[in-house]
Design a protein around this ligand. Structure first.
Ligand code: C2E
Ligand code: MG
Ligand code: MG
Ligand code: MG
Length: 276
């Protein structure tokens, strides 16, 4: 009796595993073809200064729509792309598309792209950025890179060298998802970064979660002491924007102002001055 139960649960287990593995393999093989099949798109989320109500930049975010898999979230396919090194090809595509967007916009605000640790480890990202900037004839300061703390920690000395070479190009550098990673403040001081992006997890429960509010205020104060820009990710409400402003953070990226937009919509987008 116990034996047959064990056997059927074993079959159940391997079947579930096989389904997950099959889906992963299918996703990976579809993702490998996604660029050529033109299934990838960059969308652009506005960054706004809540005090002046000016557009100050955009973040470029990847979208993937596949005929059989439907819409797949970057939270699912980016890790897969990282495991399979496809992220290198996809990452190059992102850099080029962002440069094209910059070359087509008349607003002259910077556009940030997300870099994965793998791109960093490849050691080629500086030369790619340089080549694309030249090819599109754009101002380097209109491109920025967003890097998470954790992705800099594999080889800190090498990361610092690469960040300095990216900075030397004139490309801006932000630390993404700040507060969720594993770096120490000692490192932040050594990285040539201009901006800290406060992670959405600290913003989303303002004004209900007192400790999130304290952490957010502390990150803002620390940024100011270190002479860094600070921007809050994921602000959705007036109360959140107000709390951030009261604590000296005016740069906001979040649904309160806009969701990510297609390139065409982003080119036409303007802040609504009445939201001030
Ligand atoms: P991220 O870089 O931290 O990007 C911010 C995420 O927060 C985006 O999710 C954005 O749509 C979402 N967001 C912004 N404001 C709000 C808000 O008010 N409310 C809510 N609920 N969400 C908000 P998305 O586009 O799904 O991207 C998720 C993550 O995938 C990104 O987090 C980034 O880590 C990664 N990713 C996206 N595009 C790329 C890319 O081109 N390359 C790499 N390496 N990673 C990317
Ligand atoms: Mg980002
Ligand atoms: Mg982030
Ligand atoms: Mg994130």
């Amino acid at each position: 009796e116990a034996k047959s139960l064990g056997k059927s649960s074993y079959h159940f287990y391997t079947k579930a595993l096989n389904d997950a593995t099959r889906l992963r393999i299918q996703m990976e093989s579809e993702l490998a073809k996604a660029i050529d099949k033109q299934e990838l798109e960059l969308v652009f989320q506005p960054k706004v200064n809540s005090k002046s109500m000016e557009l100050v930049g955009f973040e470029a975010l990847l979208r993937w729509h596949n005929d059989t898999l439907g819409f797949v979230s970057p939270a699912n396919f980016i890790p897969l792309a990282e495991q399979s090194n496809l992220i290198l090809k996809i990452g190059s595509w992102v850099i080029e598309q962002a440069a094209e967007f910059v070359s087509q916009q008349n607003k002259k605000v910077p556009v940030s792209i997300n870099l994965s640790a793998k791109q960093f480890e490849s050691g080629k990202v500086t030369s790619e950025l340089k080549a694309i900037i030249e090819q599109y004839g754009i101002k380097p300061s209109l491109l920025e890179v967003e890097i998470t703390e954790s992705s800099l920690m594999t080889d800190v000395e090498d990361a610092i060298r690469q960040l300095y070479s990216i900075q030397a190009l004139g490309v801006g550098i932000s630390i993404d998802d700040f507060g969720t990673g594993y770096s120490s403040l000692a490192y932040i001081k050594r990285f040539p970064v201009e901006t800290l992006k406060i992670d959405r997890s600290f913003i989303k429960d303002i004004p209900d979660d007192e400790s999130d509010m304290e952490i957010t205020a502390a990150i803002i104060a620390m940024s100011q002491k270190l002479g860094l820009e600070v921007i809050a990710e994921g602000a959705e409400t007036q109360a959140q924007v107000d709390y951030l402003a009261q604590n000296g953070c005016y740069l906001i990226q979040g649904y309160f102002y806009s969701k990510p937009l297609s390139a065409a919509d982003a080119h036409a987008w303007q802040p609504n001055k009445e939201q001030n």
